[in-house]
Design a protein around this ligand. Structure first.
Ligand SMILES: Cc1cc2nc3c(=O)[nH]c(=O)nc-3n(C[C@H](O)[C@H](O)[C@H](O)COP(=O)(O)OP(=O)(O)OC[C@H]3O[C@@H](n4cnc5c(N)ncnc54)[C@H](O)[C@@H]3O)c2cc1C
Length: 486
């Protein structure tokens, strides 16, 4: 049967973009349906990953300059720098990334149509344009990658003036003196350290008792220390009662109570509030019922390892399928979906993926952490390297940080890497390569590494860990000799 396309992709975020590119490389005809009138790239380029990181980089440049050359200056960054300039920097990057995405699709002969896509049947998508016209397209396969949207608070409204969300924070007209962030997830901590770098006094409040529970306990202790040094206050385990602008004293008041202990009403006065309590998948109104696809209670679509739904011709990838809800993973999922659709073997992808948290400084990890390993009864040893003992970290004035290796005591096989510090999300990839090739910590000892570099922290941590094994009774010399004979 002749169809318009081989695949129709609903959504142009990382999942859709990579599926389109991979399909085109397989000589398949792909159509991307995008509901945004102007932009491509979804949360990835326009409201999430790229803009938040662009602002972070700009703020970090200011912080780095001030802490290196301007220590004596009593002026706050918000007195010397304008939000306008930071936003312009961010907007230029957004334009560049948008143009690149657009050009890549054009070069690869992927068609793009603007409008809201809705599944009509297993092979048909209806697109309603912004002026209300409708057109249907057919394809052998459909990929749903419509992403996610912020959840709105139920006790107060986002007014996009004093009370902001993921989108409106990107259009602030000035650097606030005070900011209360509601939410204790990764994005909340990233924005907290970004604005703190600009001199903003930050308070974080959130529903959850514990936050970033997946982090290694020492990395988390390090993070707490850094947040305290930056004067970032955290109130976890609270219920926010309401948020109101008080015209009498021109402040925004946040009222909340602890869930446990003293439950009296507390009030924080602030200039702005940033609400980042969560996101929900965009799976409403896209016609899932037409093909009998059900979502779970949170709205996520269930898929198999190839990102296929229970309907053979319909795939789903990215934030709509739930964990880990990252642009990094979405790129890979979109590609794997294309490989499965067109029967092209995908290279095996390791089940462990790295997590990058772009706080200042960054945090990144891969594999098991020390506590989980011990709880599982694994015999592990850890090796640590503190950035304060690293020459490159000293030279770049980035000496706050820790790189921690978790490895099997007997075989020295590397099982996990946990980093907090400058370039953590870049550094993690060396550990990732060693883990995915089944390597052990001797790799870091036996290979010459460029000096001075932050990567050298791997070597120091490996020596530290091997030394600990030696102290525990295994001959150090034997450890190195075993490797030579193997
Ligand atoms: C503040 C913030 C910071 C982040 N930082 C990072 C980070 O540093 N690293 C990282 O890996 N991840 C990060 N993420 C997560 C990342 O942005 C998302 O996981 C990723 O964008 C999800 O990709 P996606 O393809 O599923 O959807 P999206 O990127 O959300 O794209 C979905 C697209 O589908 C379109 N669409 C929706 N419905 C329809 C429809 N019916 N018809 C047509 N088009 C439709 C939307 O307009 C949008 O363009 C961040 C997220 C946020 C909010």
């Amino acid at each position: 049967m002749s169809r318009d396309y081989d695949v129709i992709i609903i959504g142009s975020g990382p999942a859709g973009f990579s599926c389109a590119m991979q399909s085109s490389k397989f000589d398949k005809r792909a159509l991307v349906v995008e509901s945004h009138e102007k932009y491509l790239g979804g949360t990835w380029i326009n409201t999430g990953t790229v803009p938040s990181k662009a602002l972070r980089e700009a703020a970090k440049t200011i912080l780095d300059f001030n802490s290196q050359f301007n220590k004596e200056d009593t002026q706050k960054p918000y007195d010397r720098f304008k939000m306008e300039d930071l936003l312009q920097y961010k907007d230029e990057i957004l334009e560049k990334e948008n143009l690149r995405a657009k050009n890549d699709l054009i070069k690869n002969e992927v068609d793009v149509v603007r409008g809201f896509g809705k599944i009509v049947d297993e092979n048909t998508v209806e697109v309603e344009t912004h002026i209300g016209t409708k057109q249907t397209y057919t394809a052998k396969y459909i990929l749903i990658c419509t992403g996610s949207s912020p959840v709105n608070p139920d006790k107060f409204e986002i007014d996009n003036d004093k009370i902001l969300d993921y989108k409106s924070i990107l259009n602030l007209t000035h650097i606030p003196r005070r900011l209360v962030i509601i939410g204790t997830g990764v994005n909340a901590l990233e924005y907290a350290t970004t604005f703190s770098a600009l001199g903003t006094r930050i308070t974080i409040i959130g529903e959850r008792e514990e936050f970033l529970t997946f982090l290694d306990h020492e990395v988390k202790e390090h993070l707490h220390k850094i947040l305290a040094e930056k004067n970032i206050r955290i109130h976890p385990g609270v219920t926010v009662e309401d948020v109101n602008f008080n015209p009498l004293n021109t402040t925004t008041e946040v009222r909340f109570r602890n869930k446990k202990g003293d439950k009296r009403l507390q009030v924080i006065e602030t200039e702005h509030v940033l609400y980042l309590e969560g996101r929900k998948p965009n799976t409403d109104k896209i016609g899932l019922e037409k093909v009998g696809i059900e979502t779970d209670e949170r709205g996520f679509i269930h898929v198999n390892d190839s990102y296929k739904t229970e309907v053979d011709t319909v795939y789903a990838a990215g934030d709509v399928v739930g964990f880990p809800r990252l642009a990094s993973a979405s790129f890979s999922q979109g590609r794997l979906a294309a490989c499965s659709m067109f029967g092209i073997p995908a290279l095996e992808t390791p089940d462990q993926i790295p997590y990058g948290i772009y706080t200042i400084p960054e945090i990144s990890n891969i594999g098991i952490n020390e506590r989980d390993a011990r709880e599982k009864g694994l015999d592990v040893t850890v090796g640590r390297a503190y950035f304060k003992n690293n020459a490159k970290a000293d030279m770049t004035n980035q000496d706050e940080g820790l790189l921690k290796l978790v490895f099997d005591t007997e075989t020295l096989k590397l099982l996990g890497v946990h980093i907090i510090g400058e370039q953590a999300s870049n550094l993690i990839h060396l550990g990732q390569a060693v883990i995915s090739y089944g390597g052990d910590v001797r790799y870091f000892i036996q290979h010459v590494m460029n000096y001075p570099t932050l990567s050298e922290a791997y070597k120091i941590a490996a020596f530290n860990g091997v030394n600990r094994v030696y102290k525990a009774g295994v001959k150090y010399k034997n450890i190195l000799e075993n490797n030579n004979s193997g």
